[in-house]
Design a protein around this ligand. Structure first.
Ligand SMILES: [Zn+2]
Length: 109
């Protein structure tokens, strides 16, 4: 290895595979307890308060204030397509950080 070249990509970041652990934790929770902000009008409220239309080819959730689409979810036989572009953020309540366990991270079961 030579010294890192600041002009070379890949020296200061990890690839998306490292998101598997953190995102598995996030997406394992009940998302209806999350709070989201509408990217259109700025309203912040619980996901459970969105207006959901399930008669479309997928599920569409709209802002109760401005009717903008917050979330779209389409399930195909082999994939789930989640479009959250209508949300500025989604804040998911999480349990406190787990206690530190001795040794390296336990292997996945
Ligand atoms: Zn809105």
């Amino acid at each position: 290895m030579t010294e890192p070249d600041p002009g070379q990509p890949g020296t200061d970041h990890l690839d998306g595979n490292m998101l598997a652990g953190p995102l598995a934790e996030v997406f394992a929770v009940d998302v209806t307890t999350a709070t989201g902000r509408c990217a259109s009008c700025g309203r912040t409220g619980p996901v459970a308060g969105l207006r959901v239309y399930a008669r479309a080819p997928g599920v569409v959730a709209r802002c109760p204030a401005c009717e903008a689409v917050i979330l779209r979810l389409v399930r195909t036989p082999t994939s789930a397509w989640l479009d959250l572009r209508g949300a500025t953020f989604l804040r998911v309540p999480m349990p406190a950080e787990p206690l530190m366990m001795p040794g390296p991270t336990s292997p996945a079961m």
